[in-house]
Ligand binder design. Structure first.
Ligand SMILES: C[S@@+](CC[C@H](N)C(=O)[O-])C[C@H]1O[C@@H](n2cnc3c(N)ncnc32)[C@H](O)[C@@H]1O
Length: 209
């Protein structure tokens, strides 16, 4: 896949760091599965759930696929190859969030763990509006993103160049409500990544109206 420079940096980066990223949570407990349980508890079995930036499918896509119709997309071919092995029942594709589109009402929930901050922040509002359209009425959105004012930077990530971009937390919250969601819960939580504390803004929302 080629195109925007940030896309090639992210796709190539996650191809290369696949082993190191898979080990990053070892010995710690990131809040992702606790937040995901809040979504899964609200869905009837067989619901349609989209996991954006699903990585190797572990642990989130696998937990979704255990009870639901799981779709996962990731810009990294290596991550999707691993997800196909780890979660054979999920529908998986190599794709860029920036290009993705589905018919209206395709999903009952959309989740994105540690992913949206790899997309230029100018694209976040458009992505949220598209997610709103892909969701059924009352559909759920769960994602986390870094809460920092970062217009876009290439930094080191597990020894490889990686692109990051994010809005301050209050701006991300506003984008979510502007896109047509009601925020049920939102909070900044810290997790350890290779011993380093990192803050993430978590948002659980439902389509409004
Ligand atoms: C930090 S990893 C998170 C993986 C998984 N969601 C998890 O919870 O561990 C970020 C993932 O998002 C993917 N990603 C980043 N930008 C993307 C984009 N524009 N389109 C699709 N996937 C993207 C990366 O390839 C990577 O697998």
């Amino acid at each position: 896949m080629s195109g925007a420079p940030w896309r090639d940096i992210v796709a190539g980066g996650y191809d290369r760091v696949a082993d190191d990223y898979a080990r990053l949570e070892d010995g710690t407990q990131w809040p992702r599965m606790r937040w995901l349980a809040e979504v899964l508890d609200r869905l009837p079995p067989g619901s349609r759930v989209l996991d954006l930036g699903c990585g190797n499918g572990l642990p989130a896509t696998a937990a979704i696929a255990a009870a639901h119709d799981a779709t996962g997309v990731d810009v990294s071919a290596e991550q999707i190859a691993r997800a196909r092995a780890n979660v054979p029942t999920a529908e998986l594709a190599v794709a860029d969030l920036a290009d993705l589109d589905y018919p209206a009402g395709s999903f009952d929930a959309v989740v994105a763990f540690y992913t949206i901050d790899h997309l230029p922040r100018e694209l976040h509002a458009t992505l949220l509006a598209r997610i709103r359209r892909w969701l059924s009425d009352g559909g759920l959105l769960l994602f986390c993103t870094e809460p920092d004012d970062n217009p876009g930077v290439v930094g080191d990530w597990l020894g490889t160049p990686m692109y990051f971009s994010s809005h301050p937390a209050e701006v991300t919250r506003r984008l979510v409500t502007d896109a047509g969601f009601e925020i049920h819960r939102g909070s900044v939580e810290q997790q350890l990544e290779g011993g380093r504390p990192v803050d993430w803004l978590w948002i659980l929302a439902r389509t409004a109206g």
